[in-house]
Write a protein that binds this ligand. Structure first.
Ligand SMILES: NC(=O)c1ccc[n+]([C@@H]2O[C@H](COP(=O)([O-])OP(=O)(O)OC[C@H]3O[C@@H](n4cnc5c(N)ncnc54)[C@H](O)[C@@H]3O)[C@@H](O)[C@H]2O)c1
Length: 314
């Protein structure tokens, strides 16, 4: 049984905790947060106010880091140096040099480290990567990826609004789509960017040139709190356009019809979509790597460095 501790019991921990709780071969034994009230909804867990305290008192196999971004790297290294495997929320850090520092600590201590870049485990995005890898609809010609919302109002100490602590929209939102691009299509040849920033809003557009095709991407925290979060994509292949939007995942085939992937019509056309939770998928994958004693190399350090370098150019 893997013994797990989680630090940073805020917004995203609400997605991680149920996943750990559902696993039969792992037990979430301890939580850590500087705000004791955050841990109250989880009776039965041992609670700590600092990472040092938790690492000293517990014999953890895994630490799940859900802390604010600027605290990720130091917390990861501290746990890795204690021989604890680490799963860390995105972004790994705001600084590219932290990638080598963290992976060196993991290697030195013979433990596994992974950043929870969740789109790599998201069925709709996996579907696009598979189409790209197999060439089922021919070559990729273009793509558009969007991720739009408003400045998160819930963050502890409003850290999300502080560029030095969160990196704002590039590192909080756009990172998801850029990380997927680098994972699926490799390192872009070049990039063009524009960004509009005000105190309470941040909008960016970027165009990544992959040689044979270009991906256009947009991300925003708009000012109105009434603007509902939405994310999606549109990929144009030679023989189909694939869209993730308000209708779910749809394939518009050049020589066929409009197919809703994952519906009975999609399944009969061989376009299936597993009904899985991406957060559970990433946590399961990481736990399996830990159990097998292998690197969690679905997320590679060189890819993380590429993404951070591109984000730091905004
Ligand atoms: N993968 C995703 O879809 C996704 C979504 C949201 C957030 N995130 C990432 O998750 C991380 C956390 O974001 P959030 O929205 O949950 O933030 P949050 O502010 O809601 O939660 C952070 C928690 O950390 C606690 N904390 C702060 N300093 C601490 C310390 N020194 N020791 C212990 N606890 C401390 C705070 O009290 C708070 O409860 C960020 O890096 C963010 O980028 C990922």
């Amino acid at each position: 049984m893997l013994k797990v501790g989680l630090i940073g019991v805020g917004g995203i921990s609400g997605a991680h905790i149920p996943c750990w709780e559902q696993m039969e071969d792992a037990e979430l034994v301890a939580l850590c947060d500087i705000r004791p009230e955050q841990m109250k909804p989880y009776p039965g867990k041992r609670c700590y106010a600092s990472l040092t305290e938790m690492l000293d008192a517990e014999e953890l196999d895994i630490l799940d880091i859900c802390l604010p971004t600027y605290l990720h790297a130091d917390a990861a290294v501290q746990a890795l140096e204690k021989g604890v495997h680490v799963l860390c929320e995105k972004p790994i850090s705001l600084k590219t040099e932290d990638v080598a520092r963290i992976y060196a600590a993991a290697e030195r201590n013979h433990v596994t480290f992974m950043v929870a870049q969740v789109l790599r485990f998201w069925p709709e995005y996996e579907f696009v990567k598979q189409l790209y890898d197999t060439g089922k609809y021919g070559k990729l010609l273009s793509g558009t990826m969007t991720r739009l919302g408003n400045l998160p109002a819930w963050s502890w100490d409003n850290w999300m609004a502080d560029e030095k602590r969160s990196g704002l929209v590039p590192f909080d939102l756009h990172i998801h789509d850029l990380d997927f691009m680098v994972y699926a299509f490799g390192k872009p040849v070049d990039a063009a960017r524009c960004r509009t920033r005000r105190e309470d809003q941040d909008h960016l557009m970027a165009q990544y040139n992959f040689g044979d095709f270009t991906i256009h991407s947009e991300a925003a925290w708009y000012a109105p709190q009434s603007f509902n979060f939405n994310a999606g994509f549109r990929f144009q292949f030679e023989k189909a356009v694939v869209v993730s939007g308000h209708e779910g995942l749809v394939v518009y085939e050049k020589d066929g019809g409009k197919i809703h992937v994952g519906s009975p019509e999609g399944e009969s056309a061989g376009l299936d979509l597993p009904a899985t939770n991406a957060y559970a998928n990433e946590i399961r994958y990481f736990a399996d790597c830990v159990k097998q004693g292998i690197p969690a190399d679905k997320v590679k350090p060189c890819q993380l460095e590429t993404v951070l370098d591109l984000l730091n150019a905004f």
